[in-house]
Design a protein around this ligand. Structure first.
Ligand code: SAM
Length: 200
């Protein structure tokens, strides 16, 4: 795979944005833990924001949020929910230097082709301020593949992920937790939750 993003995956979100938005329900437990690490009013970049539920939660709590998604249709769903513009931004287009206290990327970097993930993580590392926090979640597995809806997943092991993070930049902490959940494809999956802090 040589593309910086998977076009079939983005086509899926483009074509199913409203259904996905209606399906997605957010419990915010991990998001609240993440926000608890940040100062009040902190600047947060959300990548792959989907229908915008997490950004809505962060904005409500007074954080300075930049919601983004790579699919214009999903960004439009989020804009409708948030009542503000939501930028269309593909992960590999992120070009920021020490701007954010936090980067939140729930269930979206799991769609980054394996050979591109290191480059995207390096961009996120650069976008964070020293000491900034970064959360992302992945579906665990042994090798890349597609679900029955044709969405691409990188399906990493914890060790493989840790290597990619280490190559991307220096972190003062890197924690991985696993649990089980059922996705839009209705299939149970192991979710790897990765929380990292950039060195100060
Ligand atoms: N974060 C949201 C949530 O938790 O509900 C959405 C998760 S959804 C599984 C994955 C999102 O990633 C979709 O909104 C999709 O459009 C976006 N996405 C997929 N590939 C992307 C890419 N290369 N760049 C930016 N966004 C992308």
């Amino acid at each position: 795979m040589t593309n910086a993003f998977d076009s079939d995956t983005l086509a899926f979100y483009q074509g199913n944005a409203a259904d996905y938005a209606a399906w997605s329900k957010h419990r915010h437990v991990r998001l609240d833990q993440f926000l608890g690490r940040l100062p009040p009013g902190a600047s947060i970049l959300e990548l792959g924001c989907g229908a915008g539920a997490d950004s809505a939660h962060m904005i409500k709590q007074g954080f300075d949020v930049r919601p983004t998604d790579g699919s214009p249709q999903m960004a439009a769903q989020a804009a409708q929910r948030l009542g503000r513009d939501v930028e269309t931004l593909l992960f590999h287009q992120l070009d920021a230097d020490a701007l954010y206290d936090g980067v939140w990327a729930n269930a979206c970097l799991l769609h980054v082709p394996r050979n591109e993930l290191g480059g995207v993580l390096a961009r996120i590392w650069r976008a964070l301020k020293p000491g900034g926090w970064f959360y992302a979640s992945y579906k665990g597995g042994e090798a890349e593949g597609r679900d029955k809806l044709a969405r691409y997943y990188n399906y990493p092991t914890e060790d493989w992920l840790r290597e990619r993070y280490r190559e991307a930049g220096a972190w003062s902490s890197l924690a991985v937790e696993a649990n089980e959940d059922v996705g839009y494809d209705n299939k149970p999956a192991v979710i790897l939750h990765v929380t990292a802090q950039k060195v100060t």
